[in-house]
Design a binder for this molecule. Structure first.
Ligand SMILES: NC(=O)c1ccc[n+]([C@@H]2O[C@H](COP(=O)([O-])OP(=O)(O)OC[C@H]3O[C@@H](n4cnc5c(N)ncnc54)[C@H](OP(=O)(O)O)[C@@H]3O)[C@@H](O)[C@H]2O)c1
Length: 336
């Protein structure tokens, strides 16, 4: 075991695009666990657009404080333990943050094998972590799609969006994705099995939605916001459901003036539609149900998950930036 714990701390509140100088890379002694505590060697970090918000301000979780380790979901292995529930060798997951080692009493952490035996750390943070569960509960509980309906998904080649479309297909819906670039759109239709994918970087989005769904879209699963959400609202079917999962196009805005608002909001009234947000953490009591359903679809070959794995703790800031540069393909992870 190394005797140094490398850690990324928040150095300042970011403004606009994330910079290396927003973070400080420090080396500290590996902490020694006290009574009831254990030490985790972090093996994989999860990267999620919401981390950008955690660095900025209090929201559904308190903001990371200046000087604190950067918060992130992670997987690891217990290497020293004074806690009989987490013996040495246990694979665990939780919000360990951007560091080599994390000390904990186990509250808010759980053995990875509790999901099901044989699950990999990559799957535990992706398809069977909050990413896959966001897709599952956001689409099925909030979107309430019925077989035969049309589901439109932005961020379709991303971690969440790619699973949403595959669930939609598994339950008999038509899935139309929106993603940036030909390679991503080809993957969305070819590998993830969506019926169509609109390249928002080279195609007129509103017009293409109208061509692909002439009777309107029944469910919009929104990950991007701004102009893309507006194009979707202009193409709603009667009684459509708009699931506001996220709005990544605005997360790097330095001020509200840089955020593109929606113009087509009256389409919600005219179509008697519903637009609703949700936070996946509220579904924690039902996570087991989601994991089981996702595992079943995976075993049946109806869902495939893509992971984009970068390497080296020193690359944590640039790995987070990949999400906002559209560089990630599927779930963004970093192996330590
Ligand atoms: N509500 C919840 O509980 C919850 C939970 C998890 C995630 N989320 C939200 O779900 C969304 C997807 O998260 P994820 O973890 O699955 O990330 P992701 O989709 O794997 O990665 C982000 C993707 O967003 C796209 N993007 C980035 N900047 C963009 C911009 N300015 N305009 C259009 N597209 C842009 C890029 O794809 P392209 O190359 O295709 O542009 C990028 O690959 C995020 O909005 C996130 O905040 C919400």
């Amino acid at each position: 075991m190394a005797d140094v714990n490398r850690r990324w701390l928040l150095a300042q509140r970011p403004s606009g695009n994330l910079k290396d100088s927003d973070f400080a890379f420090v080396r500290e002694a590996v902490p020694v666990p006290g009574d009831g505590e254990f030490l985790v060697k972090v093996t994989h970090l999860s990267f999620d657009p919401t981390q950008r918000g955690w660095l900025q301000a209090d929201s559904y979780l308190p903001a990371v404080k200046i000087g604190e380790v950067v918060r992130a979901g992670a997987a690891g292995e217990v290497v020293v333990s004074n806690n009989p529930k987490f013996p040495v060798g246990t694979k665990v997951q939780g919000a360990f943050g951007w560091q080599d080692y994390c000390i904990t009493d186990g509250k808010g952490f759980w053995p990875t094998a509790a999901l099901f035996p044989g699950v990999t750390p990559e799957q535990a943070l992706g398809i069977f972590g909050t990413t896959g569960l966001t897709a599952y509960f956001g689409l099925l509980d909030v979107g309430q799609p019925k077989a035969g309906e049309v589901v439109l998904i932005s961020g379709a080649a991303g971690a969440t969006g790619s699973i949403v479309g595959q669930i939609a297909k598994a339950i008999g819906c038509t899935a139309i994705g929106i993603a940036g670039g030909k390679a991503k759109c080809d993957w969305v239709t070819g590998t993830a099995g969506f019926d169509a994918c609109i390249d928002y970087k080279s195609e007129p989005v509103a017009q293409r939605i109208r061509q692909l769904a002439p009777k309107g879209v029944n469910v919009v699963f929104e990950n991007v916001g701004g102009e893309i959400l507006d194009a979707a609202l202009g193409n709603l079917a009667m009684h459509a459901r708009v699931v506001l999962c996220g709005g990544i196009s605005s997360y790097n805005a330095a001020s509200a003036d840089e955020i593109v608002g929606i113009k087509n909001y009256m389409a919600i009234t005219v179509n008697r539609a519903r637009m609703e947000g949700f936070i996946v953490l509220d579904y924690a009591p039902r996570f087991g149900e989601g994991v089981q359903a996702l595992a079943k679809w995976m075993a049946e070959g109806k869902i495939t998950s893509a992971e984009d794995i970068q390497h080296g703790l020193e690359n944590a800031p640039s790995t987070l930036r990949r999400l906002f540069e559209g560089k990630n393909f599927g779930k963004q992870l970093l192996a330590l």
